[in-house]
Design a binder for this molecule. Structure first.
Ligand code: URA
Length: 208
């Protein structure tokens, strides 16, 4: 599994702004979307293109187009929705497959409450969206579901990843590549990333 820390000045600047304690909902939401867009640029670098000849103002010209239209974006509810528009800004025709998971507070295991995948998952590259790769529990469950649906090309896009979550993914799904704007220090006892961003879902939706 490859871990891509997207080390770009704009990404470092924007993730730094997101760490501000009193950041507004508006700013947090906009930055989440902008960073998701920059992560998408990196995560799609290996998309195949094919040549076409078109008629231009100066006569026939050879151009390149993305081969097929086979990407599905997979936001994990609810915080993953905060990254979706940034990804769709770059890939407007991508299909959206949604996964809803919550954590059983006794077993601490993720429980699926919603799953709606688009068609032909076996032909598609899936870009999972979750702002925080913390313990990795939800992402591992989401990948299990995608693989069960026949999807074999899967990448995960995160704003911040914890070493614990990266190790868990590497162990369980070594074929899945990670794209993240930051790799932070560790998890606290409640499973929050330190220094992290706090509760990304609450900050995106303005709850709490
Ligand atoms: N989910 C969050 O929103 N923040 C964390 O730090 C970990 C999980």
């Amino acid at each position: 599994m490859a871990v891509h820390l997207v080390d770009h000045p704009l990404v470092r600047h924007k993730i730094g702004l997101m760490r501000e304690k009193d950041i507004s909902t508006k700013n947090f939401r906009e930055l989440a979307s902008e960073i998701a867009c920059l992560l998408t640029y990196e995560a799609t670098k290996d998309l195949e293109t094919e040549g076409h000849t078109i008629e231009s103002w100066a006569g026939p010209v050879r151009i390149e187009q993305i081969k097929g239209k086979k990407i599905t974006v997979v936001p994990i509810l609810r915080a993953g929705l905060g990254m979706m528009n940034g990804v769709l800004d770059l890939i407007p025709s991508a299909r959206v497959s949604v996964v809803g998971l919550y954590r059983n507070e006794e077993t601490l295991e993720p429980v699926t409450y919603y799953q709606k995948f688009t068609s032909r998952m076996e032909d598609r590259t899936a870009l999972i969206l979750d702002p925080m790769l913390a313990t990795g529990g939800s992402v591992v469950a989401c990948i299990d579901m995608l693989k069960q649906a026949g999807c074999s090309r899967i990448k995960g896009l995160f704003l911040v990843a914890a070493p614990e979550g990266i190790s868990r993914l590497q162990e369980v799904h070594p074929d899945v590549d990670i794209y993240t704007a930051a790799i932070d220090e560790r998890l606290n006892d409640n499973g929050y990333i330190l220094p992290g961003l706090g509760d990304a879902g609450d900050k995106i939706f303005g709850t709490k």
